[in-house]
Design a binder for this molecule. Structure first.
Ligand SMILES: [Fe+2]
Length: 249
C-alpha cells in the first residue's frame, strides 16, 4: 500500500465532502459536474483545467517548505530541447515589440552566487502565441537556454511579451466565463533554472503596472513575482534574482 497516496486521496475526498455539504450540492448538480468533466476529457482540456485552478496551490505549498525565491506555474508551453543562446532570443521577422533586456542573478539561500546554472527563458510572441506550440512559429523563436557566468549572472535580449488568453473556446473557457472571469494572463517571461545539487526552479516574472497583473486567470501571481521595468536608452530592462533551494536528498 502507498501510504502517502492513500492519505492525500483521503484528505482530498474529505475536503470535497466538506465543500459539497456546505453548499448543499444536489445529485443533479453532481451529475452535471461528472458530465462536464467527461466533456473536458473528450476535448483534451483536463491538464488545462487542473493547471488553471490548482497548479498555483501546489507551488505555494512547495515554496512554503523551501528556501527558494518565489516560484510560479510552469504552464503548458515549456520545451526541453531549445537552442543555447548567447546574447539574444530569436524573435520573429518584423517583430516590432519593444526591445527588452532580461538580466538575472542566480543565488544560494545564503547569498552566494551560483555559476554555470542552466537558465531556460521563454515567453510569448507579440501576438501572445508560443514558438513550437502555436501554428507557424518555429520552436526556436522566443525561447532558449543559457548558462550563468562565474558571477552567477545571465543576460539576454528579446522583445517585450504581451498579455494573452488561455485556450478559451472549449469547456474550460466556458466554465471560467460562467464564473464571471476573463481568460487572460498578464504579460510575463518564464524561467526554469537547473543546477546539480539544487531543486529545479521554475518561475515567471510579471511587469509592475501590467494589464491583468492583479487579476490573472491562473491565480499564479504573488507580489514577489512582479518586477519594475527600467528604461535604459531604447531598451526596457527586467532585473530578476533567483534563489535556488539546495537538494536535501
Ligand atoms: Fe506563459
Amino acid at each position: 500500500m502507498n501510504e502517502r497516496l492513500t492519505k492525500i486521496v483521503r484528505d482530498l475526498i474529505a475536503a470535497a465532502g466538506k465543500v459539497l455539504a456546505e453548499n448543499n450540492v444536489t445529485r443533479e448538480e453532481y451529475r452535471q459536474g461528472v458530465h462536464y468533466l467527461a466533456k473536458v476529457q473528450a476535448d483534451k482540456e483536463l491538464p488545462l483545467l487542473i493547471d488553471v485552478f490548482l497548479e498555483h496551490l501546489v507551488i505555494k505549498a512547495e515554496d512554503h517548505r523551501g528556501h527558494n525565491s518565489a516560484q510560479a506555474i510552469e504552464g503548458p508551453y515549456f520545451i526541453e530541447e531549445v537552442p543555447w543562446v548567447e546574447s539574444a532570443l530569436k524573435t520573429a521577422p518584423g517583430d516590432e515589440g519593444e526591445p527588452l533586456i532580461v538580466r538575472g542573478t542566480v543565488k544560494e539561500p545564503d547569498g552566494a552566487t551560483v555559476k554555470d546554472a542552466t537558465v531556460f527563458v521563454w515567453h510569448s510572441t507579440p501576438d501572445g502565441a508560443y514558438g513550437g506550440i502555436h501554428e507557424g512559429i518555429p520552436s526556436e523563436f522566443y525561447r532558449g537556454r543559457l548558462k550563468t557566468g562565474a558571477d552567477g549572472k545571465f543576460e539576454i535580449a528579446t522583445t517585450l511579451p504581451v498579455p494573452y488568453t488561455i485556450p478559451d473556446k472549449g469547456p474550460v473557457g466556458a466554465l471560467i466565463t460562467m464564473m464571471g472571469h476573463h481568460t487572460w494572463r498578464p504579460a510575463h517571461v518564464h524561467f526554469k533554472v537547473r543546477k546539480d545539487g539544487f531543486r529545479e526552479f521554475t518561475t515567471q516574472a510579471y511587469f509592475e503596472g501590467g494589464k491583468y497583473v492583479d487579476d490573472d486567470v491562473a491565480g499564479g501571481i504573488v507580489d514577489a513575482l512582479i518586477f519594475p521595468i527600467q528604461q535604459e536608452g531604447k531598451n526596457k530592462v527586467l532585473n530578476v534574482d533567483f534563489v535556488l533551494d539546495p537538494k536535501t536528498s
